[in-house]
Design a protein around this ligand. Structure first.
Ligand code: AGP
Length: 608
């Protein structure tokens, strides 16, 4: 996820662009840049690191001009660097482009363009765009942009300038947000409303496949087939703070709602029906995979909980023994590691000290290490042998939500990749799982629609001091994550327990009114789970269950049930965690806690 801006008007563009980018840093901040047209030349200023570095560079070497585009990056393809930062240009520097999204077919487009004599300088997917626009340009930037975009697959919000039409910005969106800011004698484009709020509250909200041509005095919108479109002006009533949260009250709620999109993004160009699983940064060969006799998944907190799901799915599909370890325990228990060991370290930030230490321990004992991380160029990504990036975009809230569900997607992808190479699952079974994965974003969308129900539960449970989360199999793994969410943002003590284990002691804690959240999505364990629920019910527990649509029988056993859309049981964690995230969120609100910045916690624990 990145942020793009554009300005065309009568004032110097660079300061306006940087100001707009500053309001989009929550969308990405590992590098930044602007391109401004001046005297028939495009001047580009780009930096690695935060926007402040760009401001410093511009104060040293300012660039003039009243038309320009800008970008703040969250790297997906190509580590953070000046070369990989946007704007990207064609070879003679007459065209500049900024992009937010993922171009799925960029590799084949690079080859196609190289055959036409184009040369590339960056590792990014984006760089194909200025060369495509160059290839199709014959005096009309809008037409060239339309032809270039026809070649693209994937998601994009693009801002494009060309010295041959120096007063103009052409922009287009598909599956990435883009708005137009309207002001007298000057106009703006941006990924999101916060970037223009200091300038105007009059905006056009562009829809997919709509193009816009901006000059200082005009804004023309076109459909993909070149038809002019009239649009309603939207008057923004939000304040700046709310706008950064996309109108949500907290970043956590916004990020919970981003899950359908980022789950889809993380599968993009990796999970496609009828095609091999493509992992461009995992180079494990079939022989190496056949040589693996043990997998360790090592992580902390929420990432550890994703690893537990990883254990279930890798063992089930690839039939390789998997141990999941909390990093701070793993590194001190002298684990048995050798060249037959595969380590998967999971870390949203890629900087967690214990996880990094575990990675280094594994490397020192010749393990092969795959890093699953959300930050391109993070320390774990630089020290691992292989990388599977989650494409969740920046996660601002301390409590992990979209990072967790995209880590689950990464676990499924790795499990399928290993199973395919070990031939432990048939091609048809793999296709069936891939098809079900592709359906996950809409199922998560459905799960998000239970908000009102969950708010009621939250009001009812907010006064509790202790809660249990019970589950079996994959439901137990999700129960752990649900319990952690509740603890860390509502400060209510809770614990997750394997439902079949409760009677070996902890059931002594159940008394009249004890609140139990019971997960019952695993159909092969459903009856067992119902009997475990009866055990706690007879001891006075108040039970709210999560079950899949169609399992009405559970209603006779519990006090309340929230039905989730039918999902392949193996993939259920991606959907069943959503109501638990929402429950914790609304309980935290009920208790007046600081949802995005809970007490005592840091977003990335870079100390032991
Ligand atoms: C989860 O909500 C917490 N923020 C925390 O447990 C987190 O998952 C843990 O610190 C690991 O962080 P990482 O994924 O960046 O390594």
């Amino acid at each position: 996820m990145c942020g793009i801006v554009g300005y065309t008007g009568k004032r110097e563009a660079s300061g306006i662009l940087v100001e707009g980018l500053a309001k989009l840093e929550y969308r990405g901040y590992d590098s930044a840049g602007i391109a401004v047209i001046d005297n028939n030349k495009i001047n580009v200023s780009k930096v690695k690191g935060r926007l402040a570095n760009l401001e410093a560079q511009l104060s040293e070497s300012p660039i003039q001009g009243v038309v320009g585009i800008g970008h703040t990056r969250w790297a997906t393809h190509g580590a953070p660097s000046v070369t990989n930062s946007h704007p990207h240009t064609n070879e003679n520097g007459t065209i500049a482009v900024v992009h937010n999204g993922i171009i799925e077919n960029y590799l084949e487009l690079r080859e196609w363009l190289k055959e036409k004599g184009y040369n590339f300088v960056s590792e990014t997917d984006t760089e194909v765009v200025p060369h495509l626009v160059d290839y199709f340009y014959n005096g009309n930037l809008l037409e060239a942009a339309m032809k270039a975009v026809e070649k693209l697959e994937g998601s994009y919000a693009l801002g494009i300038v060309n010295v041959n039409e120096p007063d103009k910005i052409v922009a287009v969106r598909k599956d990435s947000p883009l708005i137009v800011g309207l002001k007298d004698g000057e106009n703006f484009i941006a990924s999101d409303i916060p970037a223009v709020l200091n300038e105007t509250r009059q905006v056009y909200l562009l829809e997919d496949n709509q193009f816009v041509v901006l000059t200082a005095s005009s804004v023309d919108i076109y459909s993909a087939d070149g038809q002019k479109i009239e649009k309603e002006v939207y008057h923004v009533t939000w304040n700046a703070d709310a706008a950064e949260k996309g109108g949500y009250d907290h970043f956590m709620l916004k990020e919970i709602h981003e899950q359908p999109k980022v789950i889809k993004d993380t599968m993009t160009s990796r999970i496609m029906l009828g095609e091999e699983i493509k992992l461009d940064k995992i180079t494990l060969t079939k022989e190496q995979i056949d040589n693996i006799d043990k997998v360790y998944i090592v992580a902390c907190g929420t990432a550890y909980h994703a690893g537990i799901v990883g254990k279930y799915v890798i063992e089930k599909l690839a039939r390789i023994p998997v141990e999941v370890d909390i990093a701070s325990e793993f590194r001190y228990r002298d684990p048995i590691i050798n060249e037959k060991t595969l380590m998967i370290v999971v870390s949203q930030s890629g900087e967690t000290a214990d996880t990094l230490a575990a990675l280094r321990l594994g490397k020192s004992k010749n393990a092969r290490v795959i890093a699953v991380t959300n930050v391109v160029g993070s320390t774990v990504s630089r020290e691992a042998d292989d990388i599977l990036y989650t494409w969740a975009g920046p996660e601002i809230a301390v409590a992990s939500t979209k990072a967790y569900t995209t880590q689950l997607i990464a676990m499924y992808i790795i499990a399928l990749f290993l199973a395919k190479n070990k031939e432990t699952v048939s091609d048809s079974q793999i296709e069936e799982i891939k098809e079900a994965m592709i359906g996950l974003p809409s199922l998560v969308e459905d799960a998000l629609n239970h908000k009102d129900n969950i708010k009621k539960f939250a009001k009812e449970f907010a006064k509790e001091t202790d809660m249990f989360f019970l589950g079996r199999g994959l439901d137990y793994a999700v129960a752990m994550e649900g319990s952690l969410k509740l603890k860390e943002i509502s400060y209510i003590h809770s614990e997750a327990y394997a439902a079949g284990e409760l009677k070996h002691g902890p059931i002594a804690l159940i008394e009249d009114g004890t609140v139990v959240i019971a997960l019952a999505t695993q159909e092969d364990l459903f009856d067992k789970m119902v009997s475990n629920i009866k055990e706690v019910k007879t001891r006075g527990a108040h039970v709210a269950a999560l079950a899949l649509e169609g399992n009405q029988t559970i209603e006779k056993t519990v006090d309340a049930v929230l039905y989730l859309p039918k999902v392949m049981p193996l993939l259920a964690p991606v959907v069943s965690v959503v109501p638990l995230q929402l429950l914790s969120y609304y309980m935290s609100i009920e208790k007046g806690c600081d949802v995005d910045k809970p007490r005592n916690l840091a977003k990335s624990v870079t100390v032991e």
